[in-house]
Write a protein that binds this ligand. Structure first.
Ligand SMILES: [Zn+2]
Length: 64
């Protein structure tokens, strides 16, 4: 799948994907015992600007 994202900072169109995991996982608020989810970040490969971040497992953040 082609990503047409463009860096809003420098205008570069080559966007790489990074993954934050380990200590940087985002944990659902109030769910102390859940594992949390790794964060996927879209990064400009020219200047390093992070264009967007999303969690890998969004369903973990649903209220039950
Ligand atoms: Zn950039």
């Amino acid at each position: 799948m082609r990503d047409n994202a463009r860096c809003p900072d420098c205008g570069h169109t080559e966007i790489g994907k990074g993954k934050l995991s380990g200590y940087a996982t985002l944990t659902p608020k109030g769910k102390i015992f859940s594992m949390g989810s790794a964060i996927i970040a879209d990064v400009c490969t020219n200047c390093g600007y992070i264009i967007k971040m999303r969690v890998e497992r969004p369903e973990k953040f649903k209220d039950r």
